[in-house]
Design a protein around this ligand. Structure first.
Ligand code: ADP
Ligand code: MG
Length: 238
């Protein structure tokens, strides 16, 4: 059972603190959404969880282990970014397989995992295409496929839908919810979009200025916002 915990996590850039001691427990299998205005520290928190950014203070735990004590390859974390840079000269299949081949996964195992990801994401008819022959939504599904084949214990998403138009955003959001149900993996999903947060989350973490304002289910936050910031951000009648 692999969840995630933040214990008094701090982050400074050049002496300026931007994350001010964040505490959070995410049980295994939960889909938690970090929401808050631009610059509030969502990406910085996610990057610390991914081990892409040094932690200035406190601890990040994945499955009870401190991330900085586990080598990057053993952390069981996969991250999906907003800008999904696919290799333009490689087929969808090869794009999804790339990370596995990089760590010398035997080819039958690569084939098994790529087929499984393609099935989950409904990419089977597209496996031989080049990225330029895909829509934006299909490209983002390929990027998610690259994360799935690594069979991570924790998925991190940083505003994965913000480059998509409204219709595709809604559709891809449903696919991510389905993916969460299918895999049962712990997911941490960052967005500045309240609607995305409220529709996807088991629990929502509202961030503001490098601090947590409130943590709760979408209904909790809507019905019982702790303060004016949360009410205003979530759009509760208060
Ligand atoms: P969000 O993802 O919520 O928009 P970020 O985590 O990107 O916010 O940024 C949080 C704060 O940290 C902002 O004030 C931003 O300017 C600052 N910041 C982020 N990355 C760096 C960096 N590499 N160097 C200096 N400041 C940074
Ligand atoms: Mg960000």
């Amino acid at each position: 059972m692999v969840g995630m915990a933040l214990r008094n996590v701090r982050k400074s850039f050049g002496g300026l603190e931007v994350i001010h001691g964040v505490n959070l427990e995410v049980p295994s299998g939960e889909l938690v959404v970090f929401v808050g205005p631009s610059g509030c520290g969502k990406s910085t928190l996610l990057r610390m969880i991914a081990g892409l950014e040094d932690i200035s203070g406190g601890d990040v735990l994945i499955g009870g282990q401190m991330v900085n004590e586990v080598p990057p390859s053993g952390r069981g974390i996969a991250m999906v970014f907003q800008s999904y840079a696919l290799y333009p000269h490689m087929s969808v299949y090869d794009n999804i397989a790339f990370g596995l081949r990089n760590i010398r996964t035997p080819e039958p195992e690569v084939a098994r995992r790529v087929s499984e990801a393609a099935r989950i994401l409904q990419l089977e008819p597209l496996l031989q295409r080049l990225p330029r022959a895909l829509s934006g939504g299909q490209r983002q599904r390929v990027a998610i496929g690259r994360a799935i084949v690594r069979e991570p214990k924790v998925f991190l998403f940083d505003e994965p839908l913000s480059n998509l138009d409204a219709a595709l955003r809604a559709q891809t959001r449903i696919e991510i919810a389905r993916l969460h149900q299918t895999l049962g993996a712990t997911m941490i999903y960052v967005t500045h979009d309240q609607i995305e947060a409220m529709t996807l989350a088991d629990r929502v973490v509202v961030l503001n200025g490098g601090r947590i304002e409130q943590v709760g289910t979408p209904l909790d936050l809507y019905d019982r916002p702790d303060n004016v910031f949360v009410a205003g951000f979530i759009g509760s009648p208060r």
